[in-house]
Ligand binder design. Structure first.
Ligand SMILES: Nc1ncnc2c1ncn2[C@@H]1O[C@H](COP(=O)(O)OP(=O)(O)OP(=O)(O)O)[C@@H](O)[C@H]1O
Ligand SMILES: [Mg+2]
Length: 749
């Protein structure tokens, strides 16, 4: 069962191997061609050997036939000589008339002469003299001759009617007594004036030739030697057949002899069945033909043995070739499989390296993120202190000359705040406010802005798919991201160029372009999203620059022109929105950045979580007057400045440098309407302090001002009642508004 299934699957397996591998196909094909060539060559060699064998047999038979014909000719010639000598003798006696012929022909001396002549030539059966009327005159065997007429015989009629000095051969006749065959050779006896006087006839014993031929070995027992009259009448044959005297068989030799005196050929249907090799030859001056034949079967006996040997050797050769080919194909297949496995291993290793690289990059980013976050936090505190102090100064200073410097200082603080926004956006500390964004409208707006600012040198084109899906993202940050990308493009095209903003719908199946370098793509693309493409015809990036482009603080721009946070911010936004970023760039061929954002669901996005700021309800000034605040912050600078500002704004402010102090004040029953606190403080942090207050069932409203608003959001949820978050750095007015809103809430409660 198992064995059978192995054998059943074997050809199918090889067919699939052959389909898969072109070199293997070539190998097998060339092997098959070699096999075919070998087989054809062998067959051709065998056929050539056969032809050679037949040709050799024909040559051999022709040689044999030459000597046989000579021998036959000599035998007939001997009879002929007897006839001519008898005729010469008679002519010497001076016969001139038929009467002379009868007189001389019938006497005893002539009979003795005939008898003597006949006795020395063994093939002569008898010698006769025939008169002009066909009557037998003398007979070497009996005297006087019996009264027989040969006037009806073909040789008599031929010689009587035609004066010729050539002998004529008659038809063979059978001796009724002995059954033996005789053929008559006759010569015309003419008077000096040419008149026909009669014939001298020699009866030739055809058994003589039988005996002569029997002694020769031509081939196997089926080979034959035969004697024919020139008109195709069989005279004798060895081995004997009963058809003597008849025109038997196809007699193809007559056609051959019509063109030449001798020839060889293959006769497919001779006297007996089967093909024969035939050599035919006309016998000198006499109208006789000698044929020698061998059966093809006999001729090819040796060749067949050779064929067997060659076939066995060829078969072994073919089998060896097939085996070698099979082994080679197997080896080749194994080699290919090994090469494939090696390639796969290499690919897997490359994949692992890629993954390790990505992991290292992610770890690096995390570390840089933490560092950046920490720096941004401290920096935020400083900005907070600066901002509040500047506002205090602005409020108290009556000197107009200071108004402008204070404004400029506040602007600087604002720019610093934007920078920390970038830092926080990248380091994931900046809260996102995802909402449904109409990308087409956003692109229109950004493009219009860019045309105004970049117009002239850089041409701006923009297009969006009709029916573009809305995306779920922070609209402000997305706008900032597009501006960042556009500014990068502008910087890459100092001599002008084309900037294209494009937005298309994209499903995960289409998102196949992973960009051509660097730590991209970021994140896995959403199932359904919108791809925003920002393309420029600028300088492009070298692979090294491309690899590091999204790293924070990586810039190739001169000091003061770039912070290296643009792409880091865009990438942070993409990742945190659940989308992705890919960059394609080559030196001299421009850059294409693709930002993919997830499609917004049909339900409207949740409204941004309450963070204070502009969203806080405004309170009346009266509430401020009645309001006492406990301000908790470990940073003296920030706390002092904030306290000053709030006091100036009409609040009664008590300060605490840490959470413990604040809790102590509350314990002692200090009257407080709103607590304003930082979160990151040494010892107990802001959130823990809130929990401690709530644990004492104190529902006092608390406003937390922190750079970590986003991260705290989920923790804050558990103590959401009466707690608000405000992101640092906070504009003093919005702090005041938030405090008033909370104070009014507490009075309402
Ligand atoms: N479109 C662009 N064509 C060519 N190079 C670019 C392109 N965008 C970014 N780069 C390369 O990537 C670097 C990093 O870009 P990124 O936007 O992060 O920082 P920056 O532009 O140098 O500074 P910042 O945007 O913070 O002002 C650039 O300094 C520049 O070498
Ligand atoms: Mg930039």
């Amino acid at each position: 069962m198992v064995v059978r299934s192995v054998w059943e699957s074997w050809p199918a397996r090889w067919v699939s191997h052959l389909r898969a591998s072109r070199p293997l196909r070539l190998l097998v094909l060339s092997g098959a061609v070699a096999l075919a060539v070998l087989v054809v060559a062998l067959l051709q060699y065998i056929l050539m050997l056969r032809d050679k064998e037949i040709a050799a047999a024909q040559r051999e038979l022709a040689t044999l036939n030459l000597s046989l014909a000579e021998q036959t000719a000599r035998s007939i010639q001997n009879v002929d000589l007897v006839l001519t000598s008898v005729i010469d003798q008679m002519k010497a006696e001076g016969i001139a008339s038929p009467q002379d012929m009868v007189r001389l022909g019938t006497n005893q001396e002539t009979h003795d002469l005939l008898k003597a002549k006949a006795s020395v030539v063994p093939q002569i059966d008898a010698v006769m003299l025939v008169g002009a009327d066909g009557q037998l005159l003398n007979f070497s065997r009996f005297y006087p001759a019996p009264g027989i007429s040969v006037a009806d015989r073909d040789y008599f009629q031929a010689l009587r009617d035609t004066p010729t000095d050539r002998p004529v051969l008659g038809e063979p006749v059978q001796n009724r007594a002995t059954g033996g065959w005789t053929v008559h050779l006759a010569r015309r006896i003419s008077a000096p004036n040419g008149r026909f006087l009669g014939l001298a006839v020699g009866a030739i014993d055809l058994d003589y030739f039988q005996r002569l031929y029997r002694g020769l070995r031509v081939g196997d027992d089926a080979s034959s030697i035969s004697l024919w009259r020139r008109d195709g009448i069989l005279l004798t044959r060895h081995p004997a057949i009963p058809d003597v005297g008849k025109p038997v068989g196809q007699r193809r030799f007559l056609e051959v002899l019509a063109k030449a005196d001798s020839g060889e050929f293959l006769a497919t249907d001779g006297l007996d069945a089967g093909t024969r090799v035939v050599a035919t030859r006309a016998v000198g001056a006499y109208p006789v033909v000698v044929n020698v034949t061998r059966t093809l079967d006999d001729v090819l006996r040796g060749w067949r043995t050779q064929v067997m040997t060659i076939a066995v050797a060829g078969l072994v050769g073919v089998m060896a070739l097939v085996l070698a080919l099979w082994a080679l194909a197997r080896q080749f297949r194994a080699y290919e499989a090994a090469a494939q496995a090696m390639a796969e291993t290499r690919r897997a290793m490359a994949g692992r390296e890629q993954a390790e690289l990505a992991l290292r990059q992610a770890q690096k980013m995390e570390a840089v993120g933490q560092l950046t976050g920490g720096v941004a936090h401290d920096f935020n505190n400083l900005l907070q202190a600066l901002s509040i102090n500047l506002h205090v100064i602005e409020g108290r200073c009556q000197d107009d000359r200071l108004a402008l410097p204070i404004r400029m200082a506040l602007q600087a603080v604002e720019r610093g705040a934007t920078l920390t926004q970038h830092l926080l956006a990248f380091s994931r500390r900046q809260p996102l406010r995802p909402e449904r964004v109409d990308v087409a409208a956003l692109i229109d707006r950004v493009a219009a802005l860019l045309e105004r600012t970049l117009g002239g040198v850089v041409r701006v084109e923009h297009r969006a798919d009709p029916g573009l899906w809305p995306v779920l993202a922070d609209a402000n940050q997305l706008e900032m991201a597009l501006l960042n990308l556009a500014i990068n493009a502008r910087d890459a095209m100092p001599d002008g160029g084309l900037l294209i903003l494009e937005a298309t719908n994209q499903t995960s199946r289409q998102a196949t372009n992973p960009g051509n370098g660097g730590p991209h793509p970021t994140g896995s693309p959403p199932e359904e999203g919108v791809c925003i493409t920002v393309r420029d015809t600028g300088t492009g990036m070298t692979p090294d620059v491309l690899a590091r482009a999204t790293e924070p603080f990586f810039t190739t721009k001169e000091v003061g022109r770039g912070t290296g946070l643009g792409l880091a911010m865009v990438q942070g936004l993409a990742t945190r929105s659940g989308g992705g970023l890919t960059i394609d760039s080559q030196p001299g061929r421009g850059t294409t950045v693709r930002l993919v954002l997830p499609r917004a669901g049909l339900a409207t996005a949740p409204p941004p979580a309450q963070q204070g700021g502009e969203a806080a309800p405004t309170a009346t000034p009266e509430t401020a007057n009645a309001c006492s605040i406990l301000l908790v912050d470990d940073e003296d600078l920030v706390r002092g400045a904030t306290a000053d500002f709030l006091t100036q704004a009409g609040f009664a402010v008590q300060e605490a440098a840490d959470a413990e102090t604040a809790l102590g004040l509350l314990e002692r029953g200090t009257a407080v309407d709103v607590i304003v606190t930082d979160h990151m403080m040494p010892g107990m942090n802001g959130l823990d302090m809130v929990r401690a207050i709530r644990a004492r069932n104190n529902p006092i409203p608390i406003l937390m001002v922190t750079g970590f608003a986003e991260e705290l959001r989920s923790d804050v949820a558990e103590v959401a009642e009466g707690l608000s978050l405000l992101a640092k750095p906070v504009v003093p007015q919005s702090l005041v508004r938030s405090i008033r809103a909370m104070a009014s809430l507490s009075t309402a409660a």
